[in-house]
Design a protein around this ligand. Sequence first.
Ligand code: ZN
Ligand code: ZN
Length: 409
Amino acid sequence: MKKRNILIVVMDGLGDRAVAQLGGMTPLQAASTPNLDWFARNGATGIVDVISPGVRPGSDTSHLAILGYDPYEVYTGRGPFEAAGVGLVGKKGDVAFRCNFATVDANMVVTDRRAGRIKEPDTGELVSVLRDIRIQGVEVIVKEATEHRAVLLLRGDGLSAAVSDVDPHDETKIHECRPLRPEATKTAEIVNDFVRRSYDSLNRHPVNRRREQSGLPPANILLPRGAGIFPDIVPFNERNGMRGAVVAGVSLIKGIARVCGLEVVEVKGATGGLDTDVNAKADAVLKLLRERDFVLLNVKATDIASHDGDASKKVKVIERLDGMMGRIREGMGGDVVVAIMADHCTPIELKDHSGDPVPLVVCCEGMVKDGGVAFDEASCAKGGLGRIRGKDVLPILIDKAGRSEKFGA
Ligand code: ZN
Ligand code: ZN
């Protein structure tokens, strides 16, 4: 059999629960989705516990599972994936932190945790004075991220992620970074030294003078939190013998992809927001499918509408994504194995992720149609793929693509 290429489309936070406002239907049931239903009629459906039943996944752990990894083995905290999301891909043993630019007074009491929601280009200018720092022989790398956020990466020997947060998470005195295990003493000292240096350099920085003159709070300190060590991860391509690429608008998903050694393809107009250009994403995917063995497409807009708790907005977003799937269906040709799923449910009523299973459809030529007529939570629960875990999805697709190895004689 000729090897086929694989496409996984992840509609972020797509799954939902019965919404009273929609007459007890889920947004996916309420939306008009002729293309998604076409995939359901021509493929096999099922539901997926992306991590395991009842576990509420983050988008990071869920995408690791969808990429075939066991998140309990490879997930080492959000810091490293956040860092990779802004292009700081560490090596095994590097420790990464998420940071906020914040405002503190002379007594180190936080007066604004987001420094007046400072953003680019101010944050980029501020971090430039924190370049080329070494503390106790350890390389210290800082990079600005979205809005008031930044990432801090420590590279050197004898580091540990078992340290407490400096960010007090409210407007009180900043915390001292404490080692949570004896071997983390050096790392905690480095973090405390870095935080002091960030205050010394940022407090008198011209950008902050300018901000104060315009009545804005100065971003005069960086507050690290969420330490994580870069995982020892077998690159996706090596593990699966495929050349893969990921298309995503949001940096956390790009970070996951980069840590897994996958290429991240930037698409103009793919914003990661509600206004994302779904046609541009579809066209990018179609082009990639001709050049790569594996493509994962993440669309975040469904999750955003869900966190807003806006049922009718979620229905509209789903209908736009249905149009995107129509474009992909027309352009992809017969030699592709397609899976469409969510990375977790984000029920409108919760405005947050839940542990409910998500709908899945797998479609390719030669598929045994399982009688599914619609792509939604209830119809997929009756499908032939049954109820599986997130990390089981990729092996199924690899087998359908004629790329699996036989177990036994
Ligand atoms: Zn998600
Ligand atoms: Zn979410």
